[in-house]
Design a protein around this ligand. Sequence first.
Ligand code: T4K
Length: 364
Amino acid sequence: MKNNKPIFVTQPSLAPLHEYVVLLEGVWARGILTHNGPLVQQFEKEVCAKLSLSNFVAVSNGTIALQMAIKALELKGEIITTPFTWIATVSAIKWEGCTPVFCDIDPDTLNIDPIKIESLITDKTVAIMPVHVFGNPCDVEAIEIVANKYNLKVIYDAAHAIGSTYKGKSLLEFGDISATSLHATKLLNTAEGGGCITKDMELHEKLKCIRFFGHNDRKDIVEDGFNGKMTEVHAALGLANLKHYEEVLADRKNKYSYYREKLSSLDFLSFQTLRIGEPNYSYFPIIFDSEKRLIEAEKKLNANQIFPRRYFYPSVNTYTKILSYQPTSYSEDISKRILCLPLYYSLSMDLIDFIIELIVKDLP
Ligand code: T4K
């Protein structure tokens, strides 16, 4: 097979255009574009119903959702987090005036290693912010035990985790607050968007105020808020895409399993271990035995117009322009050897076979 069209790590899952246009017609007719309009409210309700969530506050992006979670819990101090993540986890902590403290990952699950959290706790520690990396559930029970022992809050960076479950419940229901992303590259997208999820009704109301400049219903200022609102145009896209959510999830699982089966016999590759719960199969990462081999594979794929991504590289603790270096050996090592292969709804099985063939054949 020959491929001439660029194939990226992902492509947005989009509902048929006419399904979106119908919703936009309503927006045009009402002339309400933002400020918690009817579609945002409907989107929040439908997300809760579809994912069995207690509450959902739709916001403008996943980074803001993380910042809002920190603000709502009024955290000031050190937050223990993972270095194996996207920079947004750490920039949200910094933008809220807190200090990130890096805890190394479990090299199998690629999530924060709960056993290593305790030794990093100081009298300044206020919270733990783990990431469900690539939608793979963190050990939420072990994390809860440490948090309870030291009276710490838990905010899950659940940017990748819509659709992941643990013990039959949405993974977003765990922790004091979960913050998710609805970015174009995510399983469910609103182009840009995100959400805060909490079971605590008081926190839920507070998050709604924070999203809207700190206003209550009468427009008094009752919280230290900012602008985190989702628009009607974004909510309309979310509503249209939500109708196809199960189909997209099932397709990812199929493709993930296919890749995994075909690549599992290669002795130079290993995979993220899915230990507890059910992930949403939103990324397909492969871990090479050396960075050299990864670079060879990436070159070969690029030469055939296939563009996988090195998520997450480099390990965030090594961004010394914005952070003081704290070593984390597993994260630094794995981040050099991990590559996410294309995985998305409109990716054909022929192309997946072609990608597999490029990896399987003739790598040194
Ligand atoms: N926490 C974690 C753990 C995260 O991973 C993220 C974001 C966040 C927090 C923050 O959530 P947000 O504030 O973003 O809601 C992407 C995404 O921008 C980012 O959302 C995501 N994580 C991160 C892992 O990946 P890039 O720089 O790799 O994206 P980009 O633009 O190169 O897109 C990847 C590929 O997707 C492109 O090669 C082509 C395709 N694409 C992308 C866009 C934007 C499309 O086909 N259409 C599109 O509109 O960061």
